[in-house]
Each structure stands twice: as structure tokens, then as C-alpha cells.
Design a protein around this ligand. Structure first.
Ligand code: NAP
Length: 437
């Protein structure tokens, strides 16, 4: 019997579990430990609430979680309730699938002013993550700036730009829907330190900005490189640039009151304001021969009362596990951190790629596990139960999550799939509610 402890319950965790079930058959037991009472990681708390079709992948994870060889142990925090060293004593292998939930620091003067928030916090807030339920981002001013040219920046811009009606069928947290409904934003800037050819957007995400009810995209024709240069782009990037060219040639829709302005070739220099952010000083840039942004020496200050930095994420460190601060992930070689200790997904390779990229990661890791016989810690799950009980830790099992799921569905707004519970106490109460309650 091989025993596996997987820490985290997002896509990388579930694909690893799925691969292990396939590889080891009846000869495996998997415990999935999750800090929150709810599973699915980024699917629940990262994927945009108006992208419900992407969230449907959780049904596949549900099949894994309800397999008798797998247990979900929610509300168990590694580093608080149990240590990695404990798990290594109890299980043959321990896999960190903890993702990259922290914002990469912006690192410019003024980045601690009120109104400057990271995308992990902002996305967590609108997605009802308990850590960010009280973020309360300032939405009363007319101008927001989002730093970064990736899909997270687009998600943030789109959610800020949509009307209450456009978000009605989403599972956006009620507190965010209410606050966004009262917001007075008129200009949402998406700031890139390089140009359209270097942006990390994907086609669907850029295209959606042209289909919003009250918001219209603005691309400045002078930011677009000569069309002939598009020939050198990879096909996906070329199509993204074609959409940006279309936005530029059509110009903004004057009937729409909210403008989503692509501000390419601008590097953030400092956030300005007295106590709370009022603007962002930027340096105009050009892209050098090496593909990097070069300063032109020309600066300007753009007004904003909300500044979101969507410049990438970092893995959170875990006590006792070697961490590479430079890359913001666990120190590992092809997923191996130390003897019987592994990492997978964003915790291994950093915050890039689609959800499906983690499937390959999980299967590749299990191939490596299968190459060595189990170390002989067959008692994992029973031993973990004893350890948690001795520490007074009461996990939320998968049936507990299903009770949360049902409670959220029962209180959904009309047309929405769920209204998320956003407080740990409420999540725990729903999870541990007696049958029929
Ligand atoms: P990302 O795609 O890596 O984009 C990060 C952006 O931040 C880049 O444009 C980068 O510019 C910029 N940046 C980094 N440091 C900066 C700095 N100091 N100042 C200014 N700009 C800076 O990351 P992401 O948007 O966080 O997305 C993470 C992953 O999730 C990506 O693979 C993304 O595609 C995926 N995702 C997918 C979806 C979807 O499919 N719907 C939605 C959300 C996220 P440089 O290029 O110049 O470094």
C-alpha cells in the first residue's frame, strides 16, 4: 500500500490524485489536506466568477474526491495544525500543491498607500475568499489603474467594468456585487511596461472586452507596431494583436460611459497621494532589441483612486520546506524538494499556464513516484486521524463541503449558481451542520 499526503486541493492537487489513482490502483490511499473548509483552490477563488464554464472542471475533481481511496480534510492548515515533518512520518510521499496565492510585491514608492491592492487580494475579494472578505477596495472614484498585461489584469478590468446585470449569473460574492454596483468608475487603465507584441493576454479574454454593455476598449493606434511585424509572432499572440488592432481602428464606442484604456509602454514608477492613492507616476518605455522595456526618460502621472497590481504571484512558504525567494516557489528539481517531499503545479514551476497545464504536471509527478517503491508508511490516514484528534483539530470532510455547497446553492441570487459563504465561522457551521438542519 502506498500512502500519499497532498497539501492543497486546487487543480494541481486533484490532477496528482487522479494520476495516482490510475497508476497505483487499489494499492493507494490519498489524504488531501486543505487550509480552507472548501476545496478546489483557484477554481473557486481565482477563476473569474463570470467564467462559469471554466469552473465546471470541478465536477471532474468531485469524482476523484468521492473515490473511496481519497479523503478530503478541509480546515487543516499545514504549519498550524500539522507539520510537513509529521506528514513525512505518516505517509510514503508528501506533495505540496499549494499554488501561488500571494501577490508579487510591486516594490515602488507609495505601494503601501490605501487604495493600492494586489490582484490576489482583489480577486480573492470578489471571489469570496475568506482571507479577503474585508478588503473593501475604494470604488468611489472615477479612475482605476491595473498594472500588468496578463489575463489576471483583464479579469480585474472586466469585473470592474461589468454591470450588475452582466454579473447576475456569476458566483461573484454578494459584498463585491453590491460594492461594484455602487461604484462610479469611468476609466479603467490596463498598464503594460511593454507593448502589444509582448502582452500575455489570450484571445478570448481580450475579445470579451469588446462585448461589454457599458464599457468600451481603447487602444491607441500609435502603440501598435507596424502590421508587417505581426508576421513574426506565434499564431495565438498574432490573433490577440489583431483584436487590439481592431479596437484601435474602430475606436471607442461613444455610447458607452466606461472606458477600458490599454496604456502600453508605461512602467510604474511610484504611487502618489496623501495617505490614500491619488495617482501613478509612470515612465514611458520602448522595447529594446533584447525584448526588455527601456526607459525613454519621459514621465507622466495618471490619476487613480484604485491601483491594482496584477504582476504575478508567489507561493507561500511552509515551515521547514526549502524556499527559493528569488523565484517565489519551493526550491525543487523537477518537483523533488527532498527525500519523499515533492511539489507540483504553480508551487513547483511558478504561476504560469492554464488549468490544464497542471494535469500534465500531476501525471508527470506520479510517474516519478511510481519509479520508487513506497517507503513503508502504510498507516498514513489512520495515523493522521489520531494526530489531528490529539490536537483537537476537526477536519471538514468532503460530505461537509457538500453541505457547504448545498447551503450556498440554497441562498443563491436568482440566476446565480451560488451565494458564497465568506466567513470561516459560517463555512464551518454549514460543514458541521447536523443532518436535516
Ligand atoms: P502573467 O500572464 O505572467 O502576466 C503578468 C504581467 O505582469 C506581465 O504583463 C508582466 O510584464 C507584468 N509585470 C510583471 N512585473 C511587473 C512590474 N514590476 N511592473 C509592471 N509590470 C510587471 O500573470 P497573470 O496575469 O498573473 O496570470 C497568471 C497565469 O494565469 C497566466 O498563465 C494566465 O494566462 C493565467 N490566467 C488565465 C486566465 C484565463 O485563461 N481566463 C485568467 C487568469 C489567469 P512583462 O511581460 O513585461 O514581464
Amino acid at each position: 500500500m502506498r500512502t500519499l499526503a497532498i497539501i492543497g486541493s486546487g487543480p494541481a492537487a486533484f490532477y496528482t490524485a487522479e494520476a495516482a489513482l490510475k497508476a497505483f490502483g487499489d494499492d493507494v490511499r490519498i489524504d488531501m489536506l486543505e487550509r480552507l473548509p472548501t476545496p478546489y483552490g483557484l477554481i473557486r477563488a481565482g477563476v473569474a466568477p463570470d467564467h462559469q464554464s471554466i469552473k465546471a472542471v470541478s465536477r471532474r475533481y468531485e469524482q476523484v474526491a468521492t473515490d473511496p481511496r481519497v479523503r478530503f480534510l478541509g480546515d487543516v492548515e499545514v504549519g498550524r495544525d500539522v507539520e510537513v515533518a509529521d506528514l513525512l512520518q505518516l505517509f510514503d510521499d508528501v506533495v505540496l500543491a499549494t499554488g501561488a496565492p500571494q501577490d508579487r510585491p510591486l516594490g515602488i514608492p507609495g505601494d503601501t498607500l490605501e487604495g493600492v491592492v494586489g490582484s490576489a487580494a482583489f480577486v480573492g475579494w470578489y471571489n469570496g475568499h475568506p482571507d479577503w472578505a474585508d478588503l473593501d477596495p475604494p470604488l468611489d472614484g472615477p479612475d482605476a489603474i491595473i498594472i500588468g498585461n496578463g489575463n489576471v489584469a483583464i479579469d480585474c478590468a472586466r469585473v470592474l467594468a461589468k454591470t450588475t446585470a452582466e454579473l447576475a449569473a456569476s458566483d461573484i460574492a454578494g459584498h463585491a456585487l453590491g460594492a461594484l454596483g455602487r461604484a462610479g468608475l469611468r476609466t479603467i487603465r490596463i498598464l503594460g511596461r511593454r507593448g502589444p507584441h509582448q502582452a500575455s493576454f489570450t484571445l478570448k479574454e481580450v475579445g470579451e472586452l469588446g462585448e461589454l454593455l457599458r464599457a468600451t476598449p481603447v487602444v491607441k493606434p500609435e502603440d501598435l507596431p507596424p502590421e508587417a511585424a505581426d508576421a513574426g509572432l506565434e499564431s495565438g499572440q498574432r490573433r490577440v494583436v489583431q483584436v487590439l488592432r481592431r479596437f484601435a481602428s474602430e475606436g471607442p464606442d461613444a455610447a458607452k460611459p466606461v472606458r477600458i484604456v490599454f496604456d502600453f509602454f508605461r512602467r510604474p514608477v511610484r504611487a502618489v497621494g496623501e495617505g490614500r492613492v491619488a495617482g501613478l507616476e509612470v515612465m514611458r518605455t520602448r522595447v529594446g532589441a533584447d525584448g526588455r522595456a527601456e526607459d525613454t526618460g519621459e514621465t507622466e502621472t495618471l490619476a487613480c483612486s484604485l491601483l491594482i497590481s496584477a504582476i504575478g504571484y508567489r507561493t507561500a512558504g511552509v515551515p521547514g520546506v526549502p524556499f527559493d525567494a528569488a523565484t517565489g516557489r519551493f526550491a525543487n528539481v523537477d518537483g523533488r524538494i527532498a527525500d519523499r517531499l515533492w511539489c507540483v503545479g504553480w508551487a513547483r514551476r511558478g504561476p504560469t499556464g492554464t488549468i490544464g497545464t497542471n494535469r500534465h504536471d500531476g501525471f508527470a509527478l506520479v510517474e516519478r513516484l511510481a519509479a520508487t517503491p513506497p517507503a513503508g508508511h502504510g498507516d498514513g490516514p489512520k495515523g493522521l486521524d489520531r494526530l489531528l484528534a490529539s490536537r483537537g483539530v476537526v477536519p471538514v470532510d468532503f460530505a461537509g463541503w457538500q453541505r457547504i455547497d448545498a447551503a450556498e446553492a440554497a441562498q443563491a441570487r436568482p440566476g446565480a449558481p451560488r451565494e458564497k459563504l465568506v466567513r470561516l465561522a459560517a463555512l464551518r457551521a454549514a460543514a458541521h451542520a447536523p443532518a436535516g438542519a
